[in-house]
Design a protein around this ligand. Sequence first.
Ligand code: ZN
Length: 113
Amino acid sequence: MHEMGIAQDMLKVALEYATKNKARRITQFNVEMSAAADESEDSLRFYLESLTRGTLAEGAQVQIARVPTQGKCFDCAGDFLWTPDLVACPHCSSPRVRPVVHDEFRLTSIDVE
Ligand SMILES: [Zn+2]
């Protein structure tokens, strides 16, 4: 249920921004999702949609863009662009690779009216 906390944080930030800017309505959430995220895009969307009910953001669209993430090799310490189907390090072919995960979801901007 990690997505629920993420959705709550995003909504909080968005509502604070909207209030500060005297927006009447939040029409869209623009979210970037790490290509390495384990969380589900559908559940984030679901939680955002249910949490926004009765708020300025009710009915807002949720745009989720998948963004590439950095990968790291345990054997040669090489950096590369990580994708979920990557099985070996592009430098030394070691299978001991992992994504460098920062934020799995990031609210990049919101659209308001
Ligand atoms: Zn390597």
